[in-house]
Design a protein around this ligand. Structure first.
Ligand code: PLP
Length: 709
């Protein structure tokens, strides 16, 4: 055995230095041994700061720090966390062990307008950002040479409060980037946007081995209007949005050059960054390449992922606005305004056709993919006019999304799988075969886990609802009544996602009497918890939030329906671990992939979902339930009625009876079988290690090889 290392007490200044060191790389956020150190510092502040290491450290008293600095066990945990990170960073990961590791100059620049890395870092609105955060973490775990590029938003997305009448109140805090562990690279770029040069500072965050560069224009050097460019995420008029996208695409590419980051492949995650390849073409021209060769080389080395079949999700700009804001940035290309506009048009020369960022991205990327098989199909149909090909021939493939398991799995659940089936998540490989053994877990121990997770969720929800009621100024008795809400023995259904209208959050309230008979059956009760934000300008989505707010107070559902404000990664993690059933009822086929449903199976939760997005690939008949949806040709009202009816039927006939069918020892054996099937099949496939490995094999490596030919 190795000699016992002793960590005698250290000075509190040294302790603070080490703690800051841990916080300087987001590796802490998917490794319990690192984040739990900050939780121990001050559990109350840890919660109050939404789990921010540096904010917790700032609020920890000197006396507490001194006490911990002389506690050898605590000091050992700090050193162990640092040692574990050093070992992680030094390790030869999956990519380094493969043949592709020898590709010369292989490096991917990943562009995205939002990153969902942790609940304390408010730089995401929803699924796109969560996916990007998970992508960076898996790239780091697998050792893929990749850098992220994005914008640093001073106000983040927004904080959602619901008023007493259920209307959305939008709050924009001012964030301190240093407190997120962002470092100033002391590099700036000057990006032409419209007729001004806008200066942007480049911040860096470390996501394990992966650097993420974020641009920030809130500088004295800029005009007030330009300082507000990076104020908020998806905020404002088309002009502001377009100017942000010039900064992301053109500015992001300039930033990589300023930093000496040579990327051989560019991955545009959604069309927001579609201008980036044009800057690369300009760089190639600067090196003396011909225009045709430059276009071809950039196209070969660009990968584009499209994310939505919803038309409004594809940015389209008025041609005059586009030329005004973008032409100066791409002047080096020597293109006429007409040629520039045609890059974003399906029909060249059609003066009425707006400039579409997706069309530009399709044109500039040789490799294009949707985010699930069905979405690939829908995208081929959607863009066949652009390619002038029959849908079946359109060169858009698909790479199905996944989730970063260590980010989403509850530590209690991870320990359970480790003990029961020997699952080792620390192993950094794309093939998650260990999950296959989930079916052999002990049913009774599994049910104990489910009961613990559900119980913890119910406590969390009651606390949240009490806080919400206090803030709204509800009476003391209403606040106290919160503790009678929900029941930790009852079948719990979760629905949490952005309240975009196509996701139809209130669909389950289509027939309130029928729902009430399902929820309030005394022998087999059911409860539902909702969370979700609508975009500040999406009135339809906000009306949905209000409808659920009203239903949560409707006496027919008393104590059985709750709505949690300000859905974020922490609320999400609590819900996906504690809920028994995860409900998903979008209008098919508008859910390109969806990823939230991939998270409950990590905890033995079950999906009840329309066959949309990733679910047609995930469902096997025994690992969840599918909701039949109306076929084409129905009116909107008929479709909603049909879909709601099939959801009620599934609940009445299958889901609820199975949960309450108990054996002599009180276990719902058939439910448990199904839940273990969910764990045995879903995480195996729908994790971001598999996804990033697939991007590497199908897109990044071929793009590198043909782009540097
Ligand atoms: C997983 C997750 C999402 C993505 O969910 P969808 O199923 O794509 O709607 C969005 N927001 C948060 C906070 C999440 O955790």
């Amino acid at each position: 055995m190795a000699r016992k290392r002793r960590h005698p007490s250290i000075g509190s200044d040294d302790l603070v230095t080490h703690l800051r060191d841990i916080a300087s790389n987001l590796w802490w956020c998917w490794n319990e041994e690192a984040w739990s150190v900050f939780q121990t510092l001050d559990p109350v502040e840890w919660r109050a700061t939404n789990h921010s290491p540096l904010a917790t450290l700032e609020r920890t008293t000197t006396a507490r720090l001194e006490a911990l600095a002389s506690d050898p066990l605590f000091v050992k945990r700090v050193y162990d966390a640092l040692a574990a990170r050093a070992a992680y960073l030094a390790e030869r990961a999956w990519f380094q062990r493969g043949a592709v590791a020898r590709l010369r100059g292989f490096r991917v620049a990943y562009f995205c307008s939002e990153y969902g890395l942790h609940e304390s870092i408010q730089q995401y609105a929803g699924g796109l950002g969560i996916l990007a955060g998970d992508h960076l973490k898996s790239a780091s775990d697998l050792g893929i040479p990749l850098v992220g590029v994005g914008l640093a938003y001073r106000h983040g997305y927004y904080i959602q409060n619901l008023a007493r009448d259920g209307t959305t109140q939008v709050l924009y805090p001012n964030y301190d980037f240093h407190r997120w562990g962002m470092e100033d690279t002391h590099r700036t770029i000057a990006c032409p946007i419209g007729n001004r040069l806008v200066t942007a500072r480049i911040w860096r965050m470390w996501v394990g081995r992966v650097p993420l560069y974020l641009l920030d224009t809130d500088l004295m050097a800029n005009a007030p209007e330009d300082r507000r460019l990076t104020e908020g995420l998806y905020k404002g008029e088309p002009q502001l949005r377009l100017r942000q996208q010039v900064l992301l695409g053109i500015g992001g590419t300039l930033a990589l050059r300023a930093l000496g980051e040579h990327a051989s492949v560019m991955h545009l995650n959604e069309g927001h960054a579609a201008l980036a390849p044009l800057q690369r073409v300009a760089d190639c021209l600067g090196q003396g390449m011909s225009a045709a060769a430059a276009m071809d080389s950039v196209k070969q080395s660009t990968v584009f992922t499209t994310h939505t079949p919803v038309a409004a999700g594809h940015d389209r700009y008025d041609p005059a606005l586009f030329v005004r804001e973008v032409a100066p940035a791409v002047a080096r290309l020597g293109m006429s305004d007409q040629d520039l506009l045609d890059l974003g048009r399906i029909e060249a020369g059609n003066a009425k056709e707006p400039f579409c960022m997706t069309v530009l991205a399709l044109r500039m990327a040789e490799r294009v993919n949707g985010v699930a098989k069905l979405h690939g199909e829908v995208s081929r149909e959607m863009w066949k006019d652009h390619y002038r090909l029959p849908a079946a021939k359109v060169p858009i493939g698909s790479i199905t999304n996944g989730v970063h398991v260590r980010t989403w799995i509850d530590p209690d659940a991870e320990r359970f799988w480790q003990a029961e089936i020997g699952l080792r998540l620390g192993k950094q490989a794309p093939k998650a075969v260990g999950w296959k053994r989930a079916g052999s877990a002990n049913p009774s121990a599994f049910w104990d886990l489910r009961s613990r997770l559900r119980k913890r969720l119910i406590h969390f929800l009651r606390d949240r609802v009490a806080l919400q009621r206090k803030r709204r100024g509800d009476g003391q008795s209403d606040v106290a009544a919160t503790y009678g809400l929900l029941d930790d023995q009852v079948l719990t259904i979760g629905f949490a996602r952005r309240f975009a209208t196509y996701k139809r959050a209130p669909l389950i309230f289509q027939d309130p009497a029928r729902l009430s008979s399902i929820l309030c059956n005394a022998a087999r009760p059911v409860q539902i918890v909702f969370a979700g934000k609508a975009h500040p300008r999406d009135e339809g989505g906000q009306a949905y939030a209000q409808r659920i707010f009203d239903m949560a107070r409707d006496p027919r559902f008393a104590g059985k329906v709750v709505l949690i404000e300000d859905y974020d990664m922490h609320v999400g993690r609590m819900l996906v671990s504690g809920c028994d059933v995860w409900l998903n009822n979008p209008i098919r086929p508008y859910e390109a992939s969806g990823t939230s449903g991939m998270k409950p199976p990590l905890h033995g939760g079950l999906n009840l979902s329309i066959l949309d997005g990733w679910w047609p690939e995930g469902a096997n008949g025994s690992n969840g339930w599918s909701i039949e949806s109306a076929v084409d040709g129905a009116t909107d009202a008929e479709r909603d009625a049909f879909d709601a009816n099939s959801m009620y039927e599934q609940l009445e006939r299958e889901v609820v009876p199975l949960f309450y069918e108990r054996d002599a020892s009180g276990l719902p054996m058939n439910w448990i079988k199904r839940a273990l099937q969910s764990a045995a099949t879903v995480p195996l496939q729908f994790n971001s290690h598999r996804m990033v490995a697939e991007y590497t094999r199908k897109a990044y490596v071929p793009a590198h090889q043909s782009g540097t030919r």
